[in-house]
Design a protein around this ligand. Structure first.
Ligand SMILES: NC(=O)c1ccc[n+]([C@@H]2O[C@H](COP(=O)([O-])OP(=O)(O)OC[C@H]3O[C@@H](n4cnc5c(N)ncnc54)[C@H](O)[C@@H]3O)[C@@H](O)[C@H]2O)c1
Length: 425
C-alpha cells in the first residue's frame, strides 16, 4: 500500500488526508501547530466541519491508517495543503507557508516521489517557487510535481470531494498522470489534465468570476434603487434568459477564497487587471453602503440600538472567514451605535453574541447580514413585542417581508426602493 504524507491539517488538509486514508492509502498527516496535533491524536477535531466529515475523520484516525505527526516522514506522495493568505498591505499572496512546507519535506524526498501542491497559488508558484526548492536536494527529472487546486465548499465537503471535477496540472505530462492516478482513488468526477501554471490560473479564475459577478449584482442593486426598480424581480426575470446567470446582491463577499484570490491574479498582471480590482472595490464598499442605508431608516431615533442578525459569511454555517459583518460592525461602532448580535450558528466571534431574546430586547432595528434559514421561521410578533421600535433592514432579501409588515415592522430591503414603481403605471 502506498504512503501519502499530507502537510497542513486545516479545513482542506484534514478532510483531504481522510479521503486518502479511507481509500486505500497509508496516511501520515502533519501539522506544525502542536495544539492541532495533540487534539487530532485524541480524535478531537479542531475545526468546524460537517457532521459526516467529522465522523469519517474520526473513523480514519481510529483505524490507525491515519497517523498524526508534527514532522513529515518518508512517503511515496507528499501533498501540501497549507494556507496562502493575503498580505493585506501589499495585496499579494503570502507564500511563506508554502515555502516552509516545501522545505520541510526536503530531507525525505527521494527518486520517484510525487509532490502535489493543493494550496491556492498565484500563477507560476509551482515553477518559480516550489520547483527551485525541490531542486536543492534532487534533480526535478527524478520526481513528479503537480498542482491540484481544491475547490470544495465548506458545509458540503464530502459530496464535493467525491463528485466535483478536478483540474490537475503537472510540470510535465508524467507528473499530471501520476497525480491523477492518486486522486482517482476517491474522485468520481472527471479529472482534467493541464500544465501547472494553467491549473493555478483556473482556480483563481473560478473565484474571480464569482467576485466580479457579485460586484455586478451589487451595482445593479444600487442602480435599481436609484431608478425605482425592484432588483430581485429584475434579476429573476433576466435569469430566465438561457445564457444569463446574474448573482445575488448582498452586504459584501466573505469566505476563504473569493475575497482573497482575485488579488493573486491582479499581482501577476497589474497593467491588465482593471475590472478585477474594480469589482473588489465594489464588493468591499458594500458594508459602507449598507450602513448608510440603515442610517436612513433609523435617523429619526435618538440613541438607536441595532440588532445584527447573522455574522457567518454565508447561510446556515458557523464560518466567519472574511465576513462582511465585521466591517459593518466596525463602521457602526465608529459611529457609536449600540449593537447587539444574534447568530444561531456562530459560537465564537470577536464581538459578544446574544441569545435571540436578549439581542432584540429594547432594540430599534434588526439588520439581517446573513441569510440563515432560521430567520424565515422566526416568531415575528414575539420579537416585535420585545423591541422598542420595529424596523427591519434586510441585506439579503431572505425573509417574507410582507409578513414582517403585517406585524407592524417598517421594512427596507437592499435593492428594493422605498416607493417601488407601480408596474401598471
Ligand atoms: N478553506 C476552504 O474553504 C478552502 C477552499 C478551497 C481552497 N482552499 C485553499 O486551501 C489551502 C489551505 O487552506 P485551509 O483553509 O485548509 O487553511 P488552514 O489555515 O485551515 O490550515 C492550514 C494548516 O496548515 C498548517 N501549517 C502551516 N504551515 C505548515 C507547515 N510548514 N507544516 C505543517 N503544517 C503547516 C497550519 O498549522 C494549519 O493547521 C489554502 O491555499 C486555501 O486557499 C481553502
Amino acid at each position: 500500500m502506498s504512503k501519502i504524507c499530507v502537510i497542513g491539517l486545516g479545513y482542506i488538509g484534514l478532510p483531504t488526508a481522510t479521503m486518502f486514508a479511507t481509500h486505500g492509502y497509508n496516511l501520515v498527516g502533519v501539522d506544525i501547530n502542536p495544539k492541532v496535533v495533540e487534539s487530532l491524536k485524541q480524535g478531537k477535531i479542531h475545526i468546524e466541519l460537517e457532521h459526516e466529515m467529522n465522523e469519517l475523520i474520526q473513523k480514519a484516525i481510529k483505524s490507525k491508517n491515519f497517523i498524526i505527526k508534527s514532522k513529515p516522514e518518508d512517503a511515496d506522495v507528499f501533498i501540501i495543503c497549507v494556507s496562502t493568505l493575503l498580505n493585506e498591505k501589499e495585496k499579494k499572496a503570502e507564500l511563506k507557508y508554502v515555502i516552509s512546507a516545501t522545505e520541510s519535506i526536503l530531507s525525505y524526498i527521494k527518486k520517484g516521489n510525487i509532490i502535489i501542491l493543493e494550496s491556492t497559488s498565484p500563477p507560476g508558484t509551482i515553477l518559480n517557487v516550489v520547483v527551485p526548492i525541490i531542486e536543492r536536494v534532487i534533480s526535478i527529472k527524478d520526481v513528479y510535481v503537480a498542482h491540484c487546486p481544491e475547490r470544495v465548499i465548506p458545509g458540503n465537503m464530502l459530496k464535493e470531494f467525491i463528485n466535483n471535477d478536478r483540474i490537475i496540472g503537472g510540470i510535465n505530462k508524467e507528473s499530471s498522470q501520476k497525480a491523477k492516478e492518486i486522486y482517482e482513488s476517491f474522485v468520481k468526477g472527471n479529472i482534467y489534465l493541464t500544465d501547472a501554471t494553467t491549473a493555478e490560473m483556473v482556480k483563481l479564475m473560478e473565484n474571480t468570476y464569482r467576485d466580479v459577478n457579485i460586484a455586478l449584482a451589487n451595482e445593479f442593486a444600487k442602480i435599481c434603487e436609484d431608478l425605482n426598480i425592484n432588483v430581485w424581480e429584475a434579476i429573476e426575470l433576466a435569469n430566465k434568459h438561457p445564457r444569463v446567470n446574474i448573482h445575488k446582491p448582498g452586504p459584501g463577499v466573505g469566505g476563504h477564497c473569493i475575497p482573497i484570490v482575485p488579488w493573486f491574479i491582479i499581482e501577476k498582471s497589474l497593467n491588465n487587471a482593471n475590472l478585477i480590482p474594480f469589482a473588489r472595490h465594489i464588493n468591499t464598499s458594500m458594508p459602507n453602503y449598507i450602513v448608510k442605508m440603515l442610517e436612513e431608516e433609523i435617523k429619526h431615533i435618538k440613541n438607536p440600538v441595532i440588532t445584527i442578525f447573522g455574522v457567518a459569511f454565508k447561510s446556515n454555517i458557523d464560518d466567519i472567514s472574511e465576513t462582511p459583518a465585521i466591517p459593518i460592525i466596525e463602521l457602526l461602532e465608529k459611529k457609536n451605535y449600540q449593537i447587539k448580535i444574534y447568530d444561531p450558528f456562530v459560537k465564537k466571534f470577536k464581538y459578544n453574541l446574544s441569545s435571540l431574546n436578549d439581542a432584540v430586547k429594547d432594540s430599534d432595528c434588526i439588520l439581517i447580514v446573513t441569510d440563515h434559514d432560521d430567520f424565515k421561521s422566526i416568531e415575528i410578533n414575539k420579537i416585535g413585542n420585545l423591541m422598542r421600535n420595529k424596523i427591519l433592514v434586510d441585506t439579503r432579501n431572505c425573509v417574507d417581508y410582507d409578513k414582517w409588515k403585517l406585524n407592524g415592522f417598517k421594512v427596507k430591503v437592499l435593492g428594493i426602493p422605498e416607493k417601488e414603481k407601480n408596474k401598471n403605471e
